[in-house]
Design a protein. Structure first.
Length: 276
């Protein structure tokens, strides 16, 4: 069976033949990275791979597609940066899972650039906090009343752990992210879960630490949200979330330090220890 591609306005033909669930692709025009990347995507779709499934080794994949290993290697590097595939050291290459990290890292870098030319918090960062407020309040209105007793107990346990830990120590920031994800767990949306992670990471990009007073305020705000969820009080839960994120925006405005914006700040995407 022949498969015809139309990539970038250019005609491209590939041949697809089932041999023990193995496909072979012949590419007429070699060396064009964009086309090779699209062929890899088509290969994944044709084989009905799922996120997390292992792909053939580089040599075998290059042979099946009729391209050189260096060309395939370059294409795979690009596909990894956008989350199509992921490489696990010492294990191999796998179909990527849903993630907004590539998008988040690009946005964070743009905010980093804007910060170099601003004595106050970049408007782009404040706009992102506003988007986070809109999304979380909207979802909170949908989710109140759907939590199980076990989920509420988990929220309270996380809040207690945060109260015992210090800002940026003993997992304070990681627990904060987990708590926000738990607020919306009944929705069971991987997409929304990724948005929460993305907004959390970027909106906390400038916060290096919290004072003891600020830490106690965050804990009190979380307790208010949890109490409203437990009481199934939708309006109170929505207002509590709105006030909590508005306080985050105010913290970013008042604690903004341009010198904190440097490349090391992007390490936020490699750790869950940022404060909130």
């Amino acid at each position: 069976m022949s498969i015809y591609y139309n990539i970038g306005g250019q005609g491209l033909q590939g041949s697809f033949e089932v041999r023990d669930a193995v496909s072979t692709y012949a590419i007429r025009r070699r060396g064009l990275q964009a086309e090779i990347q699209d062929i890899v995507k088509r290969y994944i779709i044709d084989h009905r791979f799922k996120p997390g499934d292992a792909l053939p080794g580089e040599g075998e994949l290059a042979k099946q597609m009729g391209i050189s290993r260096p060309s395939l290697r370059e294409a795979m590097k690009v596909l990894q940066t956008i989350g199509v595939i992921e490489t696990r050291h010492g294990s191999g290459t796998y179909v990527g899972s849903l993630s907004l990290n590539p998008f988040a890292e690009g946005m964070a870098f743009q905010i980093l650039i804007a910060a170099q030319h601003s004595e106050t918090a970049p408007q782009e960062l404040l706009d992102l906090v506003g988007l986070r407020e809109a999304m979380e309040t909207s979802q909170m209105r949908k989710v109140v009343g759907l939590h199980t007793d076990e989920q509420i107990a988990s929220m309270r346990a996380l809040a207690r752990d945060m109260a015992k830990s210090k800002s940026r120590a003993a997992g304070f920031g990681e627990r904060d992210l987990q708590l926000h994800q738990l607020f919306y767990q009944p929705i069971q949306s991987r997409v929304y879960n990724e948005f929460i992670r993305m907004f959390w990471k970027i909106s906390n990009l400038t916060i290096t630490s919290l004072t003891e007073e600020q830490r106690k305020q965050v804990i009190a705000e979380h307790d208010r949200i949890i109490d409203a969820i437990a009481a199934k009080d939708t309006d109170e839960a929505v207002e509590a979330v709105r006030d909590h994120i508005a306080a985050l925006g105010e913290l970013i405005r008042t604690s903004y330090d341009a010198s904190a914006f440097h490349l090391d700040a992007l390490n936020t995407f490699d750790t869950e220890e940022a404060a909130s």
